[in-house]
Design a protein. Structure first.
Length: 161
């Protein structure tokens, strides 16, 4: 298994299918990390749609989305479920950012956050506009997650550095 990327390293590139819910519309498209260069990005890996902690985490990020976008950052949430599950989950909770499907956990393995056959570790990576990892939070158990305020502080630090 790969190790998690180190602070200061370029984050592993990937392309994943995703869905973005906007009002009544669900737009499916491919999301490529390297195509997002020029803006910071928050990658929020979460174990599963419609689970208690994941729902609280992603709803809190939707509530705090302006604190991310105020720094020009996007949020991509990534889990192993398929697009149909993501669409239902996104609609049910009015999630306001793309939900990406890491079917087979290929990207999660590249980021060093898989748990063998048990899925993935809840993890958040903050990348700068050049795709360099500037901050990470990788849990052992997955019951905690960084708040929108904590992540926003990391995005603010990108402007200072």
């Amino acid at each position: 298994m790969a190790k998690t990327p180190e602070i200061g390293q370029e984050a592993p590139d990937f392309t994943l299918p995703g869905v973005l819910i906007t009002g009544d519309d669900a737009e499916q498209s491919e999301y490529t990390l390297s195509a997002h260069r020029g803006h910071p990005i928050v990658l929020a890996f979460y174990p599963g749609d419609n689970t208690a902690v994941c729902t609280r985490q992603l709803c809190s990020y939707t509530s705090g989305l302006e604190s991310f976008t105020g720094f020009g950052a996007a949020v991509w949430a990534i889990s192993p479920q398929g697009l149909a599950s993501h669409e239902q989950f996104g609609r049910k909770h009015s999630l306001a950012f793309p939900l990406l499907a890491d079917d087979g956990l290929k990207v999660s393995r590249e980021y060093g956050i898989t748990l063998g056959g048990a899925g993935l570790r809840r993890s958040v990576f903050v990348l700068d506009a050049d795709g360099i990892l500037r901050w990470k939070h990788v849990t052992l158990v997955g019951l905690t997650y960084p708040t929108a305020e904590t992540i926003s502080a990391q995005l603010a630090a990108l402007r200072v550095s």
